[in-house]
Design a protein around this ligand. Structure first.
Ligand code: C2E
Ligand code: MG
Ligand code: MG
Ligand code: MG
Length: 283
């Protein structure tokens, strides 16, 4: 009996797998047309200096509005795009759009804050990434200091040497670099010191659990101390409560990002979100 039950389960499992694979295949097919059909957009989330109570930067996050499925989250389609190399076309669209948006904000007297974009290892390894970015900056008259790049530890795990070279070239061009989702990969602390990175973003899983779980709290404290020792800017991701903000302030992490401050918002709302947020923080 147990045997037949097991068999039934595995049939169900295979059916679910097959339908997931079909789903991925359909998404991958539609993704190929997302750029040309104008289905992508950007939203921007503020990064906040908790001491000065000021917004100090923005992160650009991509959204895909699918004609029949509606909003797809990047958590679902970015991995598919990475596996099919479509990520290069998508992220080059993101780079152009983020820089063009900054040019529009600047010419309309709106925000001049730096904007961070997320890059995949596929982008890092793609030809002429740094040249593409510097040409965009020149074309739109946006200074390199107004652009930042976020990468994850998986880049260093897969292609340490080439990632180092590209990040160094970005730094040489005046573009700062950040390590995203820190603490979720298999970080080798010894190499962190040698990487061309200015900023460490503590993954939101630490922030979510640090006030309940003493081990998570100690780990977060250790990451902050390490970042300070390495003279890196430290950003806490996923700050959702005032208690979390106060903990960060008390433990030397002075920059936060998360729903407590603001969710990511469309470009036209950014200026108002910044102004209202700064009023709320200084109240
Ligand atoms: P990420 O770069 O670590 O971005 C932070 C994610 O956390 C975003 O999800 C953001 O909306 C979400 N978030 C912000 N504050 C909070 C909070 O307080 N609580 C919680 N629970 N979540 C919060 P999103 O926009 O769905 O993006 C997910 C991931 O997809 C990003 O993680 C990034 O790795 C990737 N991604 C997004 N846009 C791009 C892009 O243009 N290019 C590439 N290559 N990857 C992207
Ligand atoms: Mg990021
Ligand atoms: Mg992150
Ligand atoms: Mg992430």
């Amino acid at each position: 009996q147990a045997k037949s039950l097991g068999r039934g389960r595995s049939v169900v499992f295979e059916l679910v797998m097959a339908s997931n694979q079909r789903d991925d295949y359909l998404l991958e097919r539609d993704l190929g047309e997302a750029v040309e059909r104008n289905q992508l957009s950007l939203v921007f989330q503020p990064k906040v200096d908790l001491v000065k109570r000021k917004v100090i930067g923005l992160e650009a996050l991509v959204r895909w509005n699918h004609p029949t499925r509606g909003q797809n989250s990047p958590g679902a389609f970015i991995p598919i795009a990475e596996n099919s190399d479509q990520i290069i076309g998508i992220d080059r669209w993101v780079m152009r759009s983020a820089i063009a948006q900054q040019a529009r904000w600047r010419s309309s007297g709106s925000t001049r804050l730096p904007v961070a974009i997320n890059l995949s290892i596929v982008d890092i390894l793609s030809p002429n990434l740094v040249g593409y970015l510097t040409e965009l900056l020149a074309q739109y008259h946006v200074p390199a200091a107004a652009l930042e790049v976020e990468v994850t530890e998986s880049c260093f795990m897969r292609e340490l040497g080439e990632t180092q070279n590209v990040l160094r070239a970005l730094n040489d061009a005046g573009i700062a670099t950040a390590l995203d989702d820190f603490g979720t990969g298999f970080s080798s602390l010894s190499y962190l010191r040698q990487l061309p990175l200015q900023c460490l973003k503590i993954d939101q899983s630490f922030i979510r659990s640090m006030l309940q779980d003493p081990n998570a709290e100690k780990l977060t404290q250790a990451i902050v101390a390490m970042g300070i020792a390495l003279k890196m800017t430290i950003v806490a991701e996923g700050v959702e409560t005032k208690e979390q903000m106060n903990w960060l302030l008390a433990h030397g992490c002075h920059i936060g990002q998360g729903y407590f401050f603001s969710p990511p918002v469309p470009a036209e709302d950014v200026q108002q979100v910044i102004e209202r947020l700064e009023v709320r923080l200084s109240a």
